[in-house]
Design a protein around this ligand. Structure first.
Ligand code: FE
Length: 217
């Protein structure tokens, strides 16, 4: 099992606090059947600025530590990029880490309360540069919760979505659980990922989500 969205790198956002917690998260991931993880720290979100070079060097250090500890997990660099007006410029500056080697897929996070009006134009611009945005946890965005058609319109234009395992299991409340199910049912969820942050209250829940998915769909 591959996890596309995870805050496993230590001390650079609201994810793992230190190497000890990173390794604890890694062991937990392996126990759920996860074999590969994309390390996707926040970027351009509040005080969290984690350009590609930072992510790459910490990811490679994490891999060394996993190997030393004999934890059978492979990590790759990624990023959870907060939607911002200078994404294209920052891609050209080589600050942005895609989630694939061909630099095609990018995890994009909206602000929680809204879908900014400029997202349309920016996504169009990204797509004309052969980039496919993947909207992370749309089910937790207040505007999409109120009107899921916003996401339908994006999907019609080839923009993808990642639903969070914990949302689908009801860990963020009934309303978010219901929308997660609807998005999956209507083929608007292209990926399920953990968005795990720690080993206490923001866990992986990937195995549980897959089991529920098998039952539901
Ligand atoms: Fe995240």
């Amino acid at each position: 099992m591959i996890d596309l969205h995870c805050h496993i790198l230590p001390g650079i956002d609201d994810g793992a606090k230190n190497w000890d917690e990173s390794l604890k998260m890694a062991r937990l991931a392996v126990s759920e059947g996860i074999t590969h993880i994309l390390a996707t720290p926040h970027h351009m979100n509040r005080s969290w600025i984690n350009p590609k070079q930072v992510v790459e060097s910490l990811t490679s250090e994490l891999q060394d530590r996993l190997d030393t500890e004999d934890i059978p997990l492979t990590v790759f660099p990624g990023q959870e990029v907060r939607l911002h007006g200078e994404i294209i410029k920052n891609i050209n500056n080589n600050e942005i880490s895609f989630i694939d080697e061909t630099n095609k897929y990018l995890l994009i996070e909206f602000p929680t309360a809204e879908v900014p009006a400029y997202a349309d134009r920016l996504f169009y611009e990204m797509q004309t540069n052969q980039i496919t945005p993947i909207i992370v946890h749309p089910e937790r965005n207040h505007a999409i919760l109120k009107d899921p058609n916003i996401l339908y319109e994006f999907a019609n234009r080839g923009i993808m979505s990642q639903v969070t395992a914990a949302s689908y299991l009801g860990k963020f409340g009934k309303e978010i659980e219901k929308l997660s199910f609807q998005l999956i049912e209507h083929n608007l969820a292209h990926f399920i990922a953990s968005d795990a942050h720690n080993t206490t209250n923001r866990l992986f829940y990937m195995r549980e989500a897959m089991q529920k998915l098998e039952k539901d769909i």
